[in-house]
Write a protein that binds this ligand. Sequence first.
Ligand code: ZN
Length: 533
Amino acid sequence: MIEILHKDLLARIARFNTKSGVVHTPTFIPVVHPTRELIPPRKMFQEFNCQIIITNAYLLSKAKCEGKIHDILDFPGSIMTDSGAYQLLTYGDVQITPTQIIRFQEEIETDIAVILDIPTGGNATYSEAEFTVEETLKRANDLFLKRSESKILWVGPIQGGTYPNLVEKSARIISQLGFSIYAIGSPTQLMEQYQFNKLVELVLAAKRHLPSNKPVHLFGAGHPLIFPLIVALGCDMFDSAAYALFARHDRILSPEGTYRLADIQDGFCNCATCSRYTVSEMKKLEKNMRVQVLAEHNLRVCQDEISRIKLAIREGRLWRMVESRLASHPALVDAMYSLQSYRPFFEKFSPVTKKRALYITSPWSLYQPEVYRHKKRMERFSPPEPERTTLLLFSAPQNGPYHLAKEYIRFQSQYQALKTESSEPFDTVFVSSIFGLVPTEITNLYPLAQNLVPQSDLFEIDSVIIEQLGGYLARLQRYTRIIGIFGKSSKWQSFTRKCRRLLSKLGRDFRLFTTDFSKASLKSIVSKSFLER
Ligand SMILES: [Zn+2]
């Protein structure tokens, strides 16, 4: 169903066919009002590179529109129609039955159609939410009895709102029904209230149970500042009316946030629309014209953001893009924070290797699946034969490859010069503030050697690494002697203290040095009896 070309995090660059053409994802789908459009759909197709638009089938049927949807809207690309569920959520009632809206969407020959689901909304009680899930599933089942043969791609809506177990149930059951596309419902209120952490929960509860070969749509995605996040969560397509809604209120969009037209000055934007008018000219336009011009600018901002997201996916840098948007709103930080709990899921779907180095620029970078993957790998890692009883822990430099670090090379050359036949061989594990324990055998694996970390001492060696070391030594009881050679900075001094406490507690023999070790101290490591104090 969907042909996947590139992947990063849960995002994918992919394509699928509708009867009117190819849809390239991820894609933003502009909402077009069926009778009061701001930008002519043909212009959207020709000048704004919109391959797909969405309109409301319920409003069209109420307006007694007839004929083919592509003629009504004058749009040559793919058209998705919504069923009136949004009106149901807003007004509590619609004057159409589920069967009538199926029939109507078939008559107008839409490309992608939605059943008349019951949206849960953000404020539903548990039992209300349960009802919306059950009723939507019943209507989803009915579709397959009632639809006529056609080439329409039907969308299976997932409900459950802010109750993850209901969302999971809804996704699990509907994914068995053979819809062409799955859509996650009810995010609008969460978006309006900036509850992006709940949005993460909602999307991932659904995603975990959906087949990976079908596109996933998110209803009502709002502002472009959250586009990178929702694509990273695996939403292939999402509709948004923000470009028009904000324009009607004299608001101008940017990927980082929204500005009032009154507050901006000439030179704000150089897009094709803004190069036709200066900001001062825009402010003087009569209302309708001004709204249209602002809508055009806003639409370009949304489309440009999608292009940047696609580039980030191809380059394997989507995490960086999501991270770079955090400064736009504190609620995005909450969303990022909530991603912690989903690291195993992200890790499962993220590519094992990438052509670009892993960037570590903030504490959020440590949540990346690559970092998590390494720590999981270490839970199973067994050092190669022969089994040794001495373990050397060496502080890793900021950037890899660790075995090429200046201090480590100095240690190696002095050790080689001093060692004798009776010297005990040992295994080596680097201690990194980013990745934790890194055995010397795997320092070349991605991204252990392919990463860029700031030189400043931004990252503490946290207690998680001491815990990891404790687990490693508990699993590998044979390491009865531990040599630690750590940096001199205060963070390494603090680590050395914690390490000493741990090793005493575990009852292991140990010697801890700093990287400016003297020849004499090295001699004591080399001599077999170094621990016989
Ligand atoms: Zn512009």
